[in-house]
Every structure is written in structure tokens, then in C-alpha cells.
Write a protein that binds this ligand. Sequence first.
Ligand SMILES: Nc1ncnc2c1ncn2[C@@H]1O[C@H](COP(=O)(O)OP(=O)(O)O)[C@@H](O)[C@H]1O
Ligand SMILES: [Mg+2]
Length: 239
Amino acid sequence: MSLGVRLEALSAGYGSAAPVLELTDLEFPPGSFTALLGPSGCGKSTVLGLVAGFVRPTAGRVTAGSEPVRGPGPERGVVFQHYALFPWRTARGNVEFALKRLGLPRAERRRRALAALAEVGLAEGAQKYPAQLSGGMQQRVALARALAAEPEVLLMDEPFGALDALTRTRMQSLLRELWQRRGTTVLFVTHDIDEALALAGRVIVLGGSPGRVLADHAVPAGPPDPDLRALIARHLGSE
Ligand SMILES: Nc1ncnc2c1ncn2[C@@H]1O[C@H](COP(=O)(O)OP(=O)(O)O)[C@@H](O)[C@H]1O
Ligand SMILES: [Mg+2]
């Protein structure tokens, strides 16, 4: 199951300062994988915050499926760059804790936590504490925590930005696999053009102040297309 996401004539800002984002209509169909690229400060995290329900738009509308977004909800999972795990809980404990707000019975929380940890290749590490896990493994726990709630939309904010190159490539493959298996709608923020092209079926470049859409490209399946890469690099460079 997955939900489409629609942004309609969105404007957003913080406090009384000038708007940081002014978007025309954007639609993310159910099961699509979209990368959002753009320089620091252009509003990428704000877009995810709006869809997650952490940020309220000052104008326009955000819809997930047929419902307007009014706040955070379990059908929209979030993974940040900094894993934000509780250091005093084990990997399994962290995932179980996140399931508490779903009101699931204890046994079901445990079953789901172990299944999600196995899905991200961490069955062995379930009893370990974050300090006993590498950065890549901690990010797997964060991913398992989001997946265990069985979200229909997955919002990822530079999730692999702090990982070394090899770990990052492994996490990218894992994410592609998970996406192919689950068909979840993914919005993936990155400032790495190659990561965007490796993962997504569509790349949107944001930029300007307030942030807006500078380019919106479908990424054809198959080997990387150097011309498309150059085109997107030009849009990024035009900032
Ligand atoms: N909580 C906040 N309070 C005030 N300003 C913010 C807050 N979060 C982000 N901003 C501002 O909004 C703009 C967009 O930020 P952000 O969405 O985090 O961009 P990005 O993720 O592309 O780096 C920036 O100018 C940033 O300083
Ligand atoms: Mg950001």
C-alpha cells in the first residue's frame, strides 16, 4: 500500500520572517521515488516537514492520499540524517518504542520490531545499544524504526549524508530493494546529484529564495545518462 502526495500552491515560512518556500502544484504518485536536490537553505527540509506535518503551510494545501495533512501520522514515516536513537534503548527497544503511539499490543510491537530489523539486515544487532553499532548500522535502526510502522509514504532527509562512501552505497542498494518490495512512496532529500540519479525515478531541483522548483526531470531506467546529469548540474549551478 502506498499513498500519493499532493502539494498545491504551497507557501511556507517560519514566524513572521519572509516565506522560505513558494511552490507551484506538485504531485507525487503512489509508489513513486522522487529525489529533491538543491543547495543548503533552499527549503528541502521544509518540504519534508510540510508533508510530515511538522510544519504548517502559510498558504496552499498538502494532501496524502485523499486526506489533507493536519499533523504527523504513522502513515508518513520520517528518517533524518542524524538517527536520533535513544542511547539507553537497544536497537529493538528503539523500534518498539516508536510503535507505542500506534497502540499496538506489546507482543505485536516486538514481532514488528524484529521483522523490521531483519528487513534492514540487522537481525543480529537487535540487542545492541546504539553506541555498539556503527553509523551505518544506526541508520539501519532508524530505517527499521520508520518501516515498522508500515508507512505508506517515506520521507528521508539526507539520510546517508553522514556515512562513508562504501556504507552509503550499501544503504542506497538496501533502500532500492525495500522500495521495490514495499512500493512505498518515497521523497528523498539529498544534495548529492549522483545519489539522486542512482535512487530516484524523478529528480526535482529546488533553489532560489524563497525556494521554488527550478527543474523537474524523469530519470529513465538503465545506465546513468551523462547528459541528464550535466543538465541537472547546470540547474544546481545556476544558484
Ligand atoms: N525552525 C526554523 N526557524 C526559522 N527558520 C528556519 C527554520 N528551519 C528552517 N529555517 C530557514 O528556512 C530556510 C529553508 O530551510 P531548510 O528547509 O532547512 O532548507 P534545506 O533543507 O534546503 O537546507 C532557511 O533559510 C532556513 O534558515
Ligand atoms: Mg535540510
